[in-house]
Design a protein around this ligand. Structure first.
Ligand SMILES: C[S@@+](CC[C@H](N)C(=O)[O-])C[C@H]1O[C@@H](n2cnc3c(N)ncnc32)[C@H](O)[C@@H]1O
Length: 338
């Protein structure tokens, strides 16, 4: 059997010096530690990644009698956890698959998140709501009811997130979407001062990048990294967060903030955090938590669900004048940088 398998491999293409034949065929053993419990039985009605209703609740139920209660100790306190799971309802694996988005073009399965993999293993960073003995209550999922769970790991942003990394054909797909500016972006005096601090001191063009993206579309979106933040919105730009409101076709950038909590920034073990020194210097200059500063100084402009909500804005309601005037326009503001 081993010879048969090896015979299928192209020995010529392997550098002889680096090929070591295993003495035994590796035996890999994995068994479920538990199962996902949710109302979602049809895999076709699921999102392609865990996005959707923030109030959604699902349960990962671990098997009894295996000391898993102890294995879950200390998981509370992590916002997200990785579920490593088995696509138990997939068909055959395929070397190339047709992704659900974009033009019809097949992609190598290893360049996708498709279920049709030789080892049908899925990974999903789900929100952890709470731990109840050997049950985990989690948020949105892209797993069907009954999916076998193989492992659980904590999601550690400083280790697991590389937001500036290139994403090959997925980036191309995003770029191919309509990227003409449609919103006018104005910038508060505070945000201008913060942008200047980052540009002059650290050669970081965070505000320019955020403004370009907001001029195209400020509506909440996972891959554009825009989400609601109370009555405001925020866009993640590399290791930074940029807070803004929207009124009609006008986006007002209010302020910026480091993306990492102070405890992470000053942890000597986490020296690889992007822009770490700039973030520490920024926090020293503007120490207040963004939400507190916002509540003290200014009133919200765009309550969620109002007509000013960018999630509700449509291209058809936009005039060509607005389209033509879209772009970053600094605007005087009464707010003073501190
Ligand atoms: C595109 S995959 C991504 C999975 C995972 N987040 C990943 O990146 O590895 C998600 C899709 O897998 C399908 N799916 C979910 N649970 C499954 C299961 N147990 N067996 C087979 N397919 C499943 C659903 O159609 C869902 O939309």
């Amino acid at each position: 059997m081993k010879d048969e398998l090896l015979g299928k491999l192209d020995r010529e293409s392997r550098p002889a010096a680096t090929w070591i034949e295993p003495a035994h065929e590796p035996v890999l053993r994995a068994e479920p530690i538990g199962f996902l419990r949710s109302g979602k039985r049809s895999k076709f009605s699921l999102p392609h990644q865990p996005v959707g209703d923030a109030d959604e609740r699902n349960v990962v139920e671990l098997l009894p009698g295996r000391q898993f209660e102890q294995a879950l100790l200390d998981l509370q306190g992590f916002d997200r956890i990785w579920l490593v799971w088995w696509f138990h309802r997939h068909g055959n694996w395929k070397p190339q698959v047709l992704p659900p988005r974009g033009r019809k073009q097949k992609r190598g399965v290893f360049a996708t998140r498709s279920p049709h993999r030789p080892n049908p293993i899925g990974i999903t960073p789900v929100r952890l709501v709470r731990v109840e003995k050997r049950r985990l209550v989690v948020g949105e999922v892209d797993l069907v009811d009954g999916t076998p769970i193989l492992d659980i790991k904590p999601y550690v942003p400083a280790l697991d997130a590389f937001p500036e990394s290139k994403a090959g054909w997925v980036d191309e797909l995003e770029r191919a979407q309509d990227d003409a500016p449609r919103f006018q972006v104005s910038v508060s005096a505070l945000a201008e001062a913060q942008a200047a601090f980052l540009e002059d001191g650290w050669a970081l063009d965070v505000l320019d990048r955020a403004a370009r993206r907001l001029a195209v579309d400020p509506s909440p979106h996972r891959t554009r990294r825009i989400r609601r933040h109370g009555s405001e919105f925020l866009i993640a730009c590399g290791a930074w967060r940029v807070f803004f409101t929207v009124a009609g076709r006008l986006v007002e950038v209010l302020r910026m903030a480091p993306g990492y909590p102070h405890a992470y920034l000053v942890d000597p073990k986490l020296t690889r955090i992007a822009d770490r020194h700039a973030q520490i210097a920024f926090s020293a200059r503007w120490p207040d938590p963004p939400t507190a500063r916002r509540r003290k100084g200014r009133s919200a402009k765009s309550p969620p669900g109002s007509s000013a909500d960018p999630a509700r804005a449509t291209t058809s309601s936009m005039g060509s004048a607005a389209r033509a005037s879209a772009g970053r326009t600094p605007r005087p503001s009464t707010e003073k940088p501190r």
